[in-house]
Design a protein around this ligand. Structure first.
Ligand SMILES: Nc1ncnc2c1ncn2[C@@H]1O[C@H](COP(=O)(O)OP(=O)(O)OP(=O)(O)O)[C@@H](O)[C@H]1O
Ligand SMILES: [Mg+2]
Length: 355
């Protein structure tokens, strides 16, 4: 389903949650202090039901603290928070949430199967279904079968992490909260885990992901928020936050210099920054990479038609996007002294207006 800006809507999450569904998470003016540390300073944040939401920010920004308040693990000082339409301390809501904590403590004498079984009991899954579901989930997260009955105390970090993810998936949660899910997982495994997470989201669950791996967040999430020193500094739909008012247009590199001039005349400004940006676009001697400023597809089409008419060959046209890393850096940059003032909301719209 898509996230929209209705306060209450119907969505098809299966029998456990049929009926009106509120925003998956809705926080207003949330604060939390630990002794002298103000960990969270007035966070107002809304995660639409069905969104794939990513929370990012520096170490100590308050991400895990926010998650713990969201899950009723830690009590907030001020403000209010609702999760799946209820108080986070409501046990019936907790059963609809899957959570992979930042530091997962599995009793070391438990095997993965025993641990998952204990989670499945807590979630109220019938005895006859438990074993099958636990095995299916361990398979899904890629824990090798020979390890399923071994004590988790002897697991590698990645194996423990996979077990934790499987545990978070028990009972098909409506809200899946993952605090650094691929921490300690090898690159192949990361991809596998990403696919699992995306499949869960496709099934209608809301995803709440906290990761320092920005490329992972970019690939998985459709909404993001940046926390900085306990405040929301940017939030919205990724498609909107990443939008630039320009297109990247590449032509087959013309033999004649005159054709480069034609491209220029039509508004295609040669942009060699792409060629320097090795992380994103490989230098390609056969291509002339340009930038066309504006968002008007009609104007772009006309300019392209004229360029093609003059003999240029188009090999790529794409809207230009701002990388999440840039969004993060900008949001924390002391431009004029402070980060963009945030705290008022965020992600309630599909077009993800900035606060
Ligand atoms: N139980 C606690 N007792 C004291 N201080 C705490 C506690 N939990 C969090 N803090 C403090 O609150 C601030 C925010 O911590 P939090 O764990 O939420 O950050 P984070 O954004 O998750 O960081 P990271 O990216 O490193 O995981 C930090 O200054 C941290 O030291
Ligand atoms: Mg954390």
């Amino acid at each position: 389903m898509t996230a929209d800006d209705d306060d209450v809507r119907l969505c098809d999450h299966g029998p456990m949650s049929a009926g009106p569904v509120h925003d998956a998470v809705s926080a207003t003016g949330l604060t939390k202090r630990f002794g002298g540390v103000q960990a969270v300073r007035g966070i107002s944040l809304t995660v639409p039901a069905g969104a794939r939401f990513g929370l990012i920010g520096q170490n100590g920004a308050g991400k895990t603290t926010f998650i713990k308040m969201m899950l009723g693990i830690c009590r907030h000082d001020e403000g209010s928070i609702r999760v799946l339409g209820s108080d986070p301390e409501d046990v019936s809501v907790r059963r609809r949430i899957g959570y992979l904590p930042e530091r997962l403590a599995i009793p070391p004498s438990f095997s993965a199967l025993a641990f998952l079984d204990s989670v499945a009991r807590y979630k109220g899954i019938a005895a006859e279904r438990r074993r099958g579901e636990c095995r299916d989930l361990l398979q899904l997260v890629g824990l090798e079968e020979s390890a399923w009955d071994r004590k988790t105390g002897g697991y590698s970090k990645g194996m423990r992490q996979r077990t934790g993810l499987a545990a978070a998936l028990v009972g098909k949660p409506d809200l899946l909260v993952l605090d650094e899910p691929t921490d300690g997982i090898d690159p192949m495994g990361r991809r596998q885990i990403r696919d699992v997470i995306l499949d869960v989201a496709k099934g209608g669950a809301t995803l709440f992901l906290n990761s320092h791996l920005l490329q992972e967040t970019e690939k998985v999430c459709d909404h993001v928020a940046v926390l900085h020193q306990g405040q929301v500094v940017v939030a919205g739909a990724l498609s909107v936050l990443q939008r630039k008012d320009s297109f990247r247009v590449a032509f087959r590199r013309p033999d004649a210099a005159a054709l480069v001039a034609v491209a220029n005349e039509q508004g295609f400004v040669v942009d060699d920054s792409h060629e320097r940006d090795a992380g994103h676009h490989h230098h390609d001697a056969d291509r002339l990479v340009t930038r066309f400023t504006g968002t008007d597809a009609g104007a772009l089409s006309q300019a392209l038609a004229r360029a093609i008419g003059a003999g240029l060959v188009v090999v790529e046209v794409a809207p230009e996007l701002v990388e999440l890393e840039t969004i993060l850096m900008r949001s924390m940059a002391p431009a004029g002294g402070a980060p963009t003032t945030p705290t008022t909301t965020t992600t309630t719209t599909t077009d993800g207006a900035r606060p």
